[in-house]
Design a protein around this ligand. Structure first.
Ligand code: ATP
Length: 346
């Protein structure tokens, strides 16, 4: 597996006076799946379209396998793209859809079968090969679209919110399938999404973007556990963010001194994940403060208790069987371990 198989060097792309992507640099190793994660309008699609060759960048270089591809037209780039909308040919069967790129190259039917059938098997849709797109579910159509992209044997696979049109259960199935096939084939992939859970579960690495600029690049665990700034923390769902003053391992929040591991000094935000906080009826030593229970929300395998302290919202996750102990208006104590708190620059 080669390092830096796909390289983006200082990419900038503007539309009139809108800067869609600014000074964006990223290296992706061969076989790696990297997600671009960020809110609507942050430039994810623009980057993907630039790699595919549908957009010309204003400046910067795009390299695949050490070759600059900026001036190569899309059809010659060895890059395949899967869209949210499947975009299958309605008058062609599943087999014909997947074989399309081979068909137009004049590859014989026998040779087409050698490429197409293993892909259909790998995606578990070989029994659907003679059906037309209208006879397929959304999840099946997206598998066909993926097989069609892979049949070109591209060097780079681009996935543009491929699960957005599917409903929750199918979404998860297809996500697992995409990841399995991507790993089996070792295909270098860029995956665009605005869904943090999706990015965390499918990626080798995640690039969090805002307004065309990279906020953080890291593995899912790094992004989840150690968000670098408030934007990333908010985007990956850190629900508790306290604003206060830090000084040599003490964080002051509304006159309460929390003990923390970070020894930096200044105005900071302190992030604590809801699953790392505890509720109790009595004070719990250090990092414990009084709060009033507001609501309890059932979230499947756990419950999230929303409380108020100093007129701010605090969220704590508890096991389902404990949720009924906490009623609206009850005064309780919330606490967290020194190691659970992460100091973030404001
Ligand atoms: P979404 O998730 O909504 O697709 P995105 O992160 O993919 O968002 P882009 O579509 O890349 O974002 O858009 C980045 C910025 O560039 C946005 O401000 C958008 O309005 C602008 N933009 C994109 N395409 C064009 C265009 N063809 N003409 C003018 N502005 C554009």
């Amino acid at each position: 597996m080669k390092e830096n198989y796909l390289e983006l060097r200082s990419i900038r792309k503007t539309y009139g006076n809108v800067i869609a992507v600014n000074d964006f640099s990223l290296s992706v190793n061969e076989g790696e799946l990297v997600s671009l994660l960020g809110p609507s309008g942050c430039g994810k699609t623009t980057l993907l379209r630039s790699i595919a060759g549908f957009e010309r960048v204003d400046s910067g270089e795009i390299l695949v396998d050490s070759k600059v591809i900026n001036d190569i037209p899309p059809e010659k780039r060895d890059v395949a793209i899967v869209f949210q909308s499947y975009a299958l040919f309605p008058h062609m069967t599943v087999f014909e859809n997947v074989a399309f790129s081979l068909m137009i190259k004049g590859v014989s039917k026998t040779e087409q079968e050698k490429v197409v059938m293993p892909l259909l098997q790998m995606l578990r849709i070989e029994n659907l090969k003679d059906r037309f797109p209208r006879q397929l579910s959304g999840g099946q159509q997206q598998r066909v679209a993926l097989a069609r992209a892979l049949a070109k044997k591209p060097k780079i696979l681009l996935l543009d919110e491929p699960l957005s049109a599917l409903d929750a259960k199918v979404r998860e199935e297809v996500r697992v399938e995409i990841r399995r096939v991507q790993k089996e084939l070792g295909i270098t992939s860029i995956y665009v999404t605005h869904d943090q859970a999706e990015a965390l579960s499918i990626s080798d690495r995640i690039v969090v973007m805002n307004a065309g600029v990279i906020q953080q690049v890291g593995t899912p665990v790094e992004i989840y556990r150690s968000p670098k700034n408030l934007f990333v923390a908010n985007f990956v769902g850190v629900a508790n963010i306290f604003h206060g003053y830090a000084s040599n391992g003490v964080f002051d929040w509304h006159g309460i001194s929390f003990k923390i591991e970070d020894r930096r000094v200044g105005d900071f935000a302190l992030a604590v994940r809801p699953e790392l906080m505890k509720i109790s009826k009595e004070p719990q030593g250090i990092n414990s403060f009084k709060a009033i229970v507001d609501v309890s929300t059932f979230l499947g395998s756990f419950a999230r208790i929303t409380l108020r302290a100093f007129n701010e919202m605090v969220q704590v996750d508890v096991p389902i069987e404990e949720a009924s102990r906490y009623e609206k208006g009850m005064e309780v104590f919330v606490s967290f371990a020194e190691s659970a708190a992460l100091l973030i620059e404001r």
